[in-house]
Design a protein. Sequence first.
Length: 72
Amino acid sequence: MQTDLDKRFDDPRPTFRIGNTNSRIRFPLDPATFVTRWSEEGPTHHCALGVGDQTEVLLKVGHLLDVISVRV
C-alpha cells in the first residue's frame, strides 16, 4: 500500500548508486557539472541532504556565523 508520501516521491528516474536508493536528487545543473563545481569549493567527502530548498536559510546561518557560504 502506497502512502501519500510514497506517491509524492515516486520517481521512475534512476538514482545515484550511493547505497541509499531513497535519495532523489534534482540538480539545477547536470550532475557532472554540479559535482565538479561543488568539488572546486573544497568540501569534505560528505554532503548533507535536506528536504526542500534550504538555500536561503543556510546562507543566512552562514552569514550569522561568519562562515563563507557558496551556492553551487
